[in-house]
Design a protein around this ligand. Structure first.
Ligand code: ADP
Length: 464
């Protein structure tokens, strides 16, 4: 059996800032039945070392400086998880940033991580190294430089994050200046780590087929569209799934009432207790939710601009978003002024599960969306998604008369008008109880697990 090492800067439940951690949790687990898979991630300072075993130590050299690396091991669900403990990488309080912004030594931190990944891959004799996002991208360059025989796959989870640093980063991380060209790592006079992943990996994937096409165009290319189009031969898209162990309304540790498509009365009970908890009135009104990072990508500005029309409808709205700044202020102000709107400004795994279970509709008006997991979680929990038809949302949600998997409400132009119209269609759907029930039941019976994606990744590995 071939051996795969899956490298990511975050893996749930050890560390999570978003969907990358969910995918790094669920995809390797789904791959287990196809290939011998282990994982590697940084040992951040907040990860408890008590249950980890020491695996090995080695030294790596970056720009003539020696760094001692300790590798720790934790086996869970039959997968070996390796944790890289190294100076700088493991010294910060958080993963990438604090209140002052991104850590200024993220270049050195993640270059050390990448060197250590390649070292570990050799110790483990792996055949394939699967790299994820810019934090792991330099590993592809190191593999090529050392002329190792292992194959590399690089997955772009979100092109908006590229790992951009000043030119002197190259000398700090010991990468030759000859790489600083437009065809190489240069990007508008900066060093772009993500470019290394694209250039030096054998295959590049994105997390949905539509996103793989969209990033070749200026509107979603984040300045790299020309470069990516040049490399298009090796780029393809594989839609993510969700972790059915974690997101399963039939046995969800966060829910008071478990349910499936045959026991939707229990979903209604979850709704009642949720409304009560947040002092929202009116069980008969549809409950709309949004669970998100509060960033422009998620269409938060479009939502805020539409809130007047949205909250005038006979609905309840619950938004949970982590973030800070203007979005928070605007949402707090609106929630103080409207009794039918609750805004919670935090990241809360348990509350997210309760909200998915209680809601009738999920709002996901993302400006762009590489894949998006919320819409799939929502459908699995009998909640109808209302989405901007872009990226992975376009690939997973359809609005049609036919009953297919992935039923929802979509809007195609990114305007408040189109969004509010979609909401009105959702209200009409809510009034048509028979149709609503059949859409919910259909979505809940569909397979949004990682199994299909894992099959596709395995086919890709085999093609190498
Ligand atoms: P992204 O990675 O861009 O944030 P995804 O849709 O790929 O978006 O993944 C988001 C994941 O994070 C989902 O599991 C979602 O439920 C979860 N999530 C996002 N915001 C919050 C929040 N404030 N509280 C709890 N879970 C959240």
């Amino acid at each position: 059996m071939k051996k795969l090492l899956f490298a990511s800067s975050e893996i749930f439940p050890y560390a999570k800032s978003g969907g990358l951690a969910d995918v790094s949790d669920a995809l390797p687990q789904a791959l287990k039945s196809f290939i011998d898979v282990s994982r590697v991630m940084p040992l951040y300072s907040f990860i408890n070392k008590d249950s980890l075993q020491h695996f090995e130590s080695f030294e790596i050299i970056l720009a003539k400086i020696n760094y001692s690396v300790d590798v720790w091991l934790h086996v869970e669900h039959g997968i070996s998880n390796y944790f890289i403990q190294a100076p700088f990488l493991s010294d910060t309080q958080n993963m990438y940033s604090d209140e002052k912004g991104d850590y200024p030594n993220n270049d050195i931190r993640f270059a050390i991580f990448c060197r250590a990944i390649v070292e570990l891959a050799q110790t483990l004799h792996v055949d394939i190294l699967h790299l994820n996002d810019w934090h792991t991208a330099l590993a592809a360059l190191f593999v090529k430089e050392q002329e190792l025989s292992l194959k590399t796959v690089f997955t772009i989870h979100n092109l908006a994050y590229q790992g951009l640093f000043a030119q002197d980063t190259l000398s700090k991380v010991g990468i030759d200046e000859r790489y600083f060209t437009l065809e190489g790592l240069e990007f508008y006079s900066k060093v772009n780590f993500l470019k290394a992943g694209v250039l030096y990996s054998d295959r590049v994937t994105t997390v949905s087929p539509s996103y793989a096409k969209e990033i070749l165009m200026p509107i979603h290319g984040c300045g790299l569209d020309g470069f990516l189009a040049h490399n298009r031969e090796k780029i393809s898209g594989i839609l993510n799934g969700i972790n059915y162990e974690l997101f399963n309304p039939k046995r969800d540790k966060y829910l008071t009432y478990d349910f499936d498509e045959k026991s939707l009365t229990n979903k209604a009970k979850n709704k009642s207790s949720f409304l009560k908890e947040f002092a929202l009135q009116g069980k008969k009104k549809p409950l709309f939710i949004m669970i998100t990072r509060l960033v422009e990508q998620k269409g938060v500005d479009l939502l805020i601009d539409s809130l007047g029309s949205v909250l005038n409808q006979d609905i309840n709205l619950f938004i949970m978003g982590d973030g800070s700044g203007n979005f928070v202020q605007a949402l707090e102000k609106e929630s103080q002024e409207h009794k039918n709107f609750v805004f919670v400004n935090r990241y809360d795994e348990a509350l997210a599960h309760m909200a998915y279970a209680a809601a009738d509709f999920l709002l996901m008006p993302s400006k762009f969306e590489p894949c998006g997991l919320n819409q799939m979680i929502a459908m699995h929990y009998g909640t109808i998604p209302i989405v901007h038809s872009v990226g992975g949302l376009k690939d997973s949600v359809k609005e049609s008369k036919k009953l297919t998997c992935g039923n929802g409400v979509i809007f195609k132009t990114f305007t408040t008008k189109a969004f509010v119209l979609a909401l009105k269609r959702a209200m009409n759907l809510y009034a048509d109880k028979t149709r609503l029930k059949s859409l919910i039941e259909k979505n809940m019976s569909c397979d949004f697990s990682f199994y299909e994606s894992a099959k596709r990744y395995f086919a890709l590995y085999k093609s190498l």
